[in-house]
Design a protein around this ligand. Structure first.
Ligand SMILES: Cc1ncc(COP(=O)(O)O)c(C=O)c1O
Length: 400
């Protein structure tokens, strides 16, 4: 049977994650990898989770080993609503405002599934989180790309893109503006308060939905916490995505969408066809874990680990990278530093050379939705042990 010609249009739009391809042979231990965005496993609260797993399986097997509601575990929803209130100041959320998803990656896919058609537009930052680009791309929309600055999206570009669409009579085809306001992946930058407010104002003026994706907000190492876009907009026209991946465990695969009940209900409908429900076992485990009230003590420990690693990397960059015109972001949180080299460098080509000298990073081209070459690269400081950070940067610097 000739399989290839039977695949759907959607499947033909899908692309393998370039990060996976690049890192496939960079996982051996002789390579210092600044590649993946996985948290440091030493930060996982394994003893507590192991004990709770046993308890959940023994005492709550009737729930935790059974199918569950597509919308999610009500006990976990209670805990999320509590966190959103206590840590984000978001009040008034009910169970129907929340959908529990298999990581926030599923939430991105569901948002694509319920909003995007082939004639839709979606507004995104450039660079963009690769997983969001792949989730949205499958549905065939056109990307409107907005440059990222030190303090977040270039708001002038947002405004003129909105104006242009409006003039063309196509503003209703712009389904949402996707943004990662805190410690952007890959760029490491955080959107300023002024820009958050300006973005809301523009989105409200043109009646466009904002999709706020915030996996890193709790991983702040310096500076003042900024209010969520969702909070500032009083929930009006904003859907908020969150996840346990970076603060508890990515393997547990628990994320969520919060916001408008109609959107949540439609996303739940789409989720039914995808997987019926998020695994009940991990939902209940996370719910019981959150009830213990210790998670943010553990997050504070992780923050200490990451702050130190981030500073080691910034110090090493400062000390060894002497290429004129090279610059890099100085993130106040999250897991990534974004390095911009002079244009003559093609970081995709350089990647092969880097591997030969035993160091890996992600070339910037991976984070653009067009086929450009790029002199940017993403460095992740979370996974390598401290003593390898300086050595890895030294190797990159020598190569440059
Ligand atoms: C910006 C952003 N959104 C969403 C995700 C997906 O995370 P998860 O599906 O593990 O919640 C990631 C993961 O790296 C991310 O960086």
């Amino acid at each position: 049977m000739e399989i290839e010609k039977r695949f759907s249009k959607m499947s033909k739009r899908m692309r393998s994650s370039i990060i996976r391809e690049l890192l496939r042979d960079a996982t051996n231990t002789s390579i210092i990898s600044f590649g993946g965005g996985a948290p440091d496993p030493e930060t996982f609260d394994r003893e507590a989770l192991s004990k709770l797993s046993q308890e959940v399986l023994t005492n709550e097997y009737q729930y935790a080993l059974q199918y569950g509601a597509t919308e999610g575990d009500p006990i976990l929803k209670d805990e999320f609503i509590k966190i959103l209130k206590e840590r984000h100041g978001i009040t008034g959320l009910e169970h129907d405002n929340l959908l529990i998803t298999v990581g926030s990656q599923q939430a991105l896919d569901l948002m694509g599934r319920i909003f995007l058609d082939e004639d839709s537009y979606v507004m995104v930052s450039h660079p963009i989180y690769l997983g969001a680009a792949s989730a949205f791309r499958a549905y065939g929309p056109k990307f409107i790309t907005i440059d990222l600055e030190e303090d977040g999206l270039n708001i002038n570009q947002v405004e003129s893109a909105l104006k242009d669409l409006d003039k063309k009579g196509e503003i209703s085809k712009l389904k949402f503006i996707y943004t990662v306001p805190n410690f952007h992946n890959p760029a490491g930058v955080t959107m300023s308060l002024e820009k958050r407010k300006a973005l809301i104002e523009l989105a409200h003026k043109y009646d466009v939905l904002i999709l706020e994706d915030d996996p890193y907000g709790e991983l702040r190492y310096e500076g003042e916490r900024l209010p969520d876009i969702y909070y500032l907009a009083k929930g009006e026209g904003v859907m908020l995505l969150n996840t346990m991946s970076k603060i508890m465990s990515p393997g547990i695969r628990i994320g969520m969408i919060a916001g408008d009940k109609q959107v949540v209900a439609k996303a739940a409908l789409a989720k039914q066809g995808a997987d019926l429900c998020t695994p009940t076992f991990t939902q209940r485990l996370v719910a019981r874990y959150l009830q213990q009230g210790t998670i943010f003590n553990k997050v504070n420990e992780a923050i200490e680990v990451y702050r130190k690693k981030k500073n080691l990397m910034l110090d090493a960059l400062q000390k060894y990278v002497t290429v004129e015109g090279a610059k890099w972001t100085k993130p106040e949180g999250g897991l990534f530093i974004w390095v911009t080299l002079p244009e003559k460098y093609d970081t995709m080509k350089l990647f092969e050379e880097a591997k030969k000298v035993g160091v890996a990073y992600i070339p910037g081209a991976a984070f653009y939705v067009d086929d450009r070459t790029s002199s940017d690269l993403r460095l992740s400081f979370c996974l390598p042990p401290e003593d390898q950070i300086e050595e890895g940067i030294k190797r990159i610097a020598k190569l440059l």
